[in-house]
Ligand binder design. Structure first.
Ligand code: KIV
Ligand code: NA
Length: 279
């Protein structure tokens, strides 16, 4: 497969070819997404929850994100890689945002960074892109601000809310973002925003009128313990957790009844050698 670059993605957008994006957080999940032909892989800070067991994304640190970015970079050969800037690594100033972005790209070996926020982050986006690092913006529901937003709530449902989403989208485009993630907004709003922009929109919980889609890999393959809350927009395409749980339980049973390891898993020894050893 040919390496996906920024020009590849923008060409796809021009010919209305939907852009596929999936998260990954380590070597195997990146390899899987890459081999499956994902155009983009996101090392999302959702890894705080799905890979590190944290309660929300606000806990994960920049150095932790960089470690995961590097593992993903080793697993992906063709997909375009985007690393999330975690909460606290970019909001303070455009300079802080650029320093963090350079670390994510240089040490994390990804091709671009993503940050949450609209018009208020225009300074950060301009600073980073001017230095030559590509930025994917993220507006609508921005999980790093869940406490300020009052939880995971759909954004842009009112006329004023929808106008804010549109203004934020235009602001990040004008600041130099190469694309924008639209999370948890009404489909009609996302479709209209997509039509008004020159840059591609990547939807998650934003309907099928976006230029592309992104999902959290562990959610869509069903690799999470029973009882985990899933947002309405997640489609569970697989049951990986159930399959892994079945395998581990079978192993436990076979160790207990000594049916594992069987002869075919065991190293034999010549009889005479063993008799000698036994003496
Ligand atoms: O962290 C993440 O996985 C994300 C996507 C849900 C867009 O930001
Ligand atoms: Na994220």
């Amino acid at each position: 497969r040919k390496k996906i670059t920024l020009p590849t993605l923008l060409a796809m957008h021009r010919r209305h070819d939907p852009i596929t994006m999936l998260t990954a957080h380590d070597f195997p999940s990146a390899h899987l997404a890459d081999v499956a032909g994902m155009d983009m892989i996101l090392v999302g800070d959702s890894l705080a929850m799905v890979a590190l067991g944290m309660d929300d994304t606000s806990e994960v640190r920049l150095d932790e994100m960089i470690l995961h970015c590097r593992s993903v970079a080793r697993g992906a050969k063709a997909s375009f890689l985007v690393g999330d800037l975690p909460m606290g690594s970019y909001e303070v100033s455009p300079e802080q945002a650029l320093e963090s972005s350079i670390r994510v790209v240089k040490e994390g070996r990804v091709h671009a960074v993503k940050l949450e926020g609209g018009a208020e982050m225009a300074g950060q986006i301009r600073k980073i892109t001017t230095a030559g690092v590509a930025v994917l913006a993220h507006i609508g529901l921005t999980p790093q601000r869940q406490n300020a937003l009052g939880g995971f709530r759909v954004q842009g449902k009112s006329t004023t809310g929808a106008l804010k989403v549109l203004r934020d989208a235009i602001a990040v485009q004008e600041a130099g973002a190469f694309g924008v993630v639209l999370e948890a907004i009404p489909a009609d709003v996302a479709t209209l925003v997509t039509k008004k922009l020159r840059i591609p929109t990547i939807g998650i919980g934003a309907g099928n009128g976006c230029s592309g889609q992104v999902l959290v890999q562990m959610d869509m393959v069903g690799n999470f313990p029973p009882g985990r809350f899933l947002p309405k927009f997640v489609k569970k395409y697989g049951h990986v957790w159930g399959e892994a749980a079945r395998a581990v339980e079978a192993y436990r049973v076979e160790v207990k009844d000594r049916s594992y390891p069987a002869p075919e898993h065991t190293y034999p020894m010549a009889k005479e050698e063993f008799l000698e050893f036994e003496r």
